[in-house]
Design a protein around this ligand. Structure first.
Ligand code: FE2
Length: 319
């Protein structure tokens, strides 16, 4: 059973642009592993949360999922292999760069690299954000969530639910098929969407502890409006207030705050929309943007709203 999204691995032809955005805009800590070749991005006390490596070819992103210990790591491999996913051991260098105790990897049906790890270690030094920040909300909730556009919805849903042990949080069929899945109290760690378009990474959500850090990231993005993929808004399901920032490889960071958490009493919901307000998807065709606008107007007319639940550690006083 997977406990959390532990880290992501990025291969990019734009390493320096990644470093600059991660440090100066998102506020991650950059630690150089090999100059011009590989950096670790830190979001907390862990050795890394994003491992970014330069490549000359196409950009890619893979995910590292964590299990509780070595026994579970081995057991899950057997489950995956019985289901037809041939896993390959991580090399000594891959394991050292990630700072994990063990790792194997395979490709999902869309070709996305999936790593299964255990024992992601703490760094030797405290976390120092790239810009003044109240930090990121990680811990037992994992790094954040990833939304994928898939060409193999049923196979991926089967992989996450029946092999990895995720549970459904909510879903919708319109305007296209979407399923949100959780593996810990974070409302969703994975979102799957079948839009009819080609498979791609849609976004990685990182959650700030402090709302002001979303606002400051938004101020910076407004200086380059073309960097905003989705405007400020609030999601209808996890209640995150966020906007989406395009990264140098064209997929996006969702930078958010105040996600609600869910427990074992959770009831699966059919979603009435994607957002309570805002979240204008600047990349959508005009008629789809208009459709989304009409949904927001209907929700507003119905008075649909959600309380803001502030995690206790976001409320502590800052110097
Ligand atoms: Fe999201």
């Amino acid at each position: 059973m997977v406990n959390a999204l532990s880290y992501v691995v990025v291969e990019t032809p734009h390493l320096q642009a990644w470093i600059d955005q991660a440090r100066d805009h998102v506020g991650l800590q950059v630690e150089v592993v090999e100059p011009q070749v590989c950096v670790r991005l830190r979001a907390d006390e862990k050795i890394q949360r994003l491992l970014v490596t330069a490549v000359s070819g196409e950009a890619s992103m893979g995910m590292g999922f964590e299990v509780s210990n070595a026994e579970e790591h081995t057991r899950l491999r057997q489950v995956l292999e019985a289901a037809g996913y041939a896993a390959t051991d991580g090399s000594a260098e891959e394991i050292a760069r990630r700072g994990v105790a063990g790792m194997y990897h395979f490709r999902d049906p869309d070709g996305v690299r999936i790593e299964v790890c255990h024992g992601l270690g703490d760094a030797a030094s405290p976390f120092v954000p790239g810009r003044p920040l109240g930090g990121f909300r990680t811990g037992d909730l994992g790094l954040g969530h990833v939304a994928l556009i898939t060409e193999h919805f049923d196979e991926l849903s089967h992989l996450y639910r029946n092999l990895f042990g995720f549970k459904v949080s909510d879903h919708t069929q319109a305007p296209f098929r979407v399923e949100f899945l959780h593996c810990n109290p974070r409302h969703h760690t994975i979102g799957l969407a079948h839009t009819g378009g080609p498979a791609k990474i849609y976004h990685l959500m990182l959650e700030y502890n402090d709302f002001d850090d979303v606002g400051r990231a938004y101020d910076m993005a407004l200086e380059k409006p073309e960097s905003i993929g989705v405007t400020l808004g609030r999601h209808i399901n996890d209640h995150v207030t966020s906007f989406y920032l395009k990264n140098p490889d064209g997929w996006m960071f969702e930078l958010g705050w105040a996600a609600r958490t869910i427990g074992p009493e959770w009831q699966v919901e059919e979603l009435q929309g994607m957002s309570l307000w805002g979240h204008d998807r600047t990349w959508l065709p005009d008629h789809k943007r208009e459709e989304a606008r009409q949904i927001l107007k209907r929700l507003a007319a119905e008075g649909v709203r959600a309380p803001v639940v502030i995690p206790s550690h976001t409320a502590k006083a800052r110097p």
